[in-house]
Design a binder for this molecule. Structure first.
Ligand code: BGC
Length: 746
């Protein structure tokens, strides 16, 4: 349907009909208007599998949904660092939604992992906004290529579950732009999602869902979003205010209560009817975009299960591999220990919960490869050591050549709706790992968890595999990595700290009195650990392979540039090992010393490449202004300070492999207006300042400087405001100070 037809349709609608279209019929549908033949649009979760619920089903994964394929959750798929993987998941999922006549997937979920404790981190992609937003854009493109919409969520600064519906995330302007809004920005600009879901929380005291600054000015005005803003389910506080701010669709609806408020507000003149028309037009636009482009898809669950396996194989992170314990050689006698070898934990709780069509267990696949024994080892319904299970596991480990323990976090430890209290695994699992290590030096741990855990046993195990919540095919994927059929190529998209107390927001996470101060500012995740040179368990970007890569020939196509130019960076990467493998080439920018407080380095480019043994490829990156810029709160804009910047190719956020320096300068240098509070140092650093101040020499406080160390005095004078002259230089008047300010500014 064309825009004009939609406008005509709206012209035929009564105010009541229009208001009714701005909220849901039920949990997953907009309201149909039979009189005008307008059907309902169905939306369903997302993000990593279809949760199409039957009528009358309830929320939060409690009600049954139709069987579907559970793909790796965001924590896992993002670890692929591969846009193609995200695109593939998106495309496959969208075909399932087409087959089931569902028009919008409620995902991707891309809130920043501010603390490892957030209960929903398993759905989110990263602690880094660049990575998160690029991957989200690829997922969106994948889904929408099949004419199914996405709902980019939860916009924004929704980084904890504690009081998520009322808490205020108190974030300063620069942090907001560089971290929390940035995670959405590229996803909106490049991905062009059909809808954006506003989050439950408030930001700096205002509900995001009622704040025009974000829903309209930033999202639409600055980023060009042209879709529907939908409320998170039940996020609407003041419906009329939300609609005026740009909140088009209320979900799931309020049984008509809020629709009536819209009608009343239009009638009493407090809400312009044009705003209602605009929201209706946006909703109808995506409804007909879906309907007019229906594809006749069939939904082959087994085929999609294989895609889920492939995606997980690309995402598994090999964290430790001492003495090349992995891959397991054929014929090795392996004691497979742990409940999750048979019944993996592969998805999280809450609205993303999928009724999986089938689940693959690693035990089954491993048994086909080599000689295995099995012991369940622990229970995950309560954190208590079962002595008989422990003894059985120790015995199996003693009798084998090596032990592989499938451990992780039980369902109750992490979920939508609440945050974790600590970063530990259950005590009974830690005790099991310690006991097995005592009898079996060749022990490997496979982890099934949605967020970082402490690993008190790390020095006693030879290998660790992070499988995350890897979707329904996790078992087969893990077995392929363990046995070397697949070469691991996932990299961490978040830091694994040594202890919870080390995390940047340890002191403020959760907040108090419904306000959470984001006091660590832009120093989130590795930006904090690397800047403070703090040791961590595993850094952001870390991940091992069964082969080795050599980097050479880092080259920048220019040594200096203005901030309206684009830099091309290239680097050669060679597989110098004996098996094929994939490498994630990571590019970071490290600013030199400037006037802004900045992280030591920030990720600005990444590319995953596949290399056969002996093969070499050149990887190219383009870096424009945003690769170097900070958000300048004086200008309320991105700004590149004049100075030196290092372009670094890193193995992970801590390890620089190659680097090259360049000089950047802004096309429009920002020269703040001088005031009586400008410091003598600031003034003297400008040509004009030097001229003006040297003209007044003689009135300078010469007697005070006599006998004093020059450097000391210069340092003090550097931060002295101009107005100080009135107090300390005899005869200096306000007229003289104001005269200097005038001369400096003209
Ligand atoms: C969640 C959303 C989800 C929605 C619909 C909300 O509670 O926060 O992520 O899409 O429910 O199930």
């Amino acid at each position: 349907m064309q825009t004009n037809d939609i406008k005509n349709l709206i012209a035929q609608m009564t105010l009541e009909e229009k208001a009714s279209l701005c909220s849901g019929l039920d949990f997953g549908h907009t309201k149909p208007i039979e009189r005008l033949n307008i059907p309902a649009l169905e939306m369903s979760d997302g993000p990593h599998g279809m949760r199409k619920q039957e009528q009358d089903a309830n929320h939060l994964g409690v009600g049954d949904s139709i069987p579907a394929v559970c793909f790796p959750a965001g924590c896992a798929s993002a670890s692929s660092w591969d846009k193609n993987v995200l695109r593939m998941i998106g495309e496959t999922l969208a075909k399932e939604y087409q087959a089931e006549n569902v028009g919008v997937i409620l995902g991707p979920a891309i809130n920043i992992k501010r603390s490892p404790l957030c209960g929903r981190n398993f759905e989110y992609l990263s602690e880094d906004p660049f990575l998160s937003s690029e991957l989200a854009a690829a997922y969106i493109q994948g889904v929408q290529s099949q004419n199914v919409g996405t709902s980019l969520k939860h916009f924004f600064a929704n980084n904890q579950e504690y009081r998520r519906m009322t808490a205020s995330s108190d974030v300063d302007e620069r942090t907001m732009r560089e971290i929390y809004l940035a995670s959405f920005e590229t996803a909106v600009k490049k991905g062009k999602p059909w809808t954006v879901m506003n989050s439950y929380n408030r930001v700096n005291g205002e509900y995001v869902g009622e704040d025009k600054k974000y829903l309209t000015d930033v999202l639409r005005g600055e980023w060009g979003f042209d879709g529907v803003v939908v409320s998170d389910w039940g996020a609407v506080n003041d419906r009329v205010k939300a609609l005026a701010a740009g909140g088009d669709l209320e979900m799931p609806g309020s049984g008509g209560v809020n629709d009536a408020l819209i009608v009343e507000a239009v009638k009493n003149g407090t809400l312009d009817e044009k705003i209602v028309d605009q929201a209706v037009e946006r909703i109808l636009t995506i409804l007909y975009r879906f309907l007019d482009n229906r594809q006749q898809e069939t939904f082959d669950r087994d085929k999609d299960h294989e895609i889920a396996r492939q995606a997980e194989e690309e995402s598994i992170v090999l964290l430790k591999n001492e003495s090349g314990i992995l891959p397991i050689r054929e014929g090795t006698k392996v004691a497979v220990i742990g409940k999750y070898a048979k019944a993996p934990r592969y998805q999280g709780g809450g609205s993303s919960h999928v009724n999986s069509s089938r689940v693959s267990a690693a035990l089954e696949s491993l048994a086909q490869f080599t000689d295995v024994s099995f012991a369940e080892g622990f229970r995950d319904d309560k954190d208590e050591t079962d002595e008989a299970m422990l003894a059985e596991a120790v015995q199996a480990a003693t009798a084998a050549d090596m032990a592989v323990i499938f451990a992780g976090l039980p369902d109750a430890f992490e979920s939508e709706g609440y945050d974790r209290k600590h970063m530990r695994m259950p005590d009974c699992q830690n005790a099991l790992i310690e006991a097995v290590c005592k009898v079996q030096p060749n022990t490997v741990v496979v982890l099934h968890n949605g967020a970082p855990v402490e690993m008190p046993w790390i020095s006693r195990v030879k290998g660790v595999i992070e499988a995350y919540l890897g979707g329904q095919a996790v078992g087969a994927a893990v077995a392929n990595v363990l046995t070397g059929k697949a070469n691991p190529s996932g990299r961490l998209t978040e830091t694994f700290p040594l202890r919870l107390e080390d995390t940047p927001c340890f002191l403020t996470f959760g907040g108090e009195n419904e306000r959470c101060a984001y006091g660590e500012g832009v120093f989130v995740g590795y930006r904090y650990y690397v800047s403070k040179k703090m040791p961590v368990l595993f850094p952001f970007g870390h991940g091992l392979s069964y082969t080795k890569f050599r980097y050479s020939n880092l080259s920048l196509d220019r040594a200096a540039m203005k901030d309206d130019e684009t830099l091309t960076v290239s680097v050669d990467v060679e597989n110098v090992g004996s098996v094929p493998g994939k490498e994630v080439v990571q590019l970071y920018v490290a600013p030199g010393k400037g006037s802004f407080t900045r992280p030591v380095r920030e990720l600005k480019g990444f590319e995953k490449i596949e290399l056969a043994p002996g093969e070499k490829k050149t990887v190219r990156f383009a870096l424009d202004k945003r690769g170097f810029a900070v958000w300048d709160t004086r200008q309320h804009d991105w700004y590149v300070e004049d100075g030196d910047y290092a372009v670094q190719i890193c193995k992970d956020a801590e390890t620089v492999l190659l680097e090259s320096n360049m000089r950047l300068s802004p096309v429009h240098p920002f020269i703040p207006a001088f005031t009586v509070n400008s410091t003598l140092g600031e003034i003297m650093r400008t040509e004009k300042g030097k001229t003006v101040l040297s003209a007044m020499q003689g009135s300078a406080p010469a007697q005070e400087t006599a006998g004093m160390d020059g450097e000391f005095m210069a340092a003090i004078m550097d931060s002295m405001p101009l107005r100080w002259l009135v107090s300390f230089v005899p005869g200096f008047t306000w007229d003289a100070v104001n005269g200097i300010v005038y001369q400096l500014n003209h």
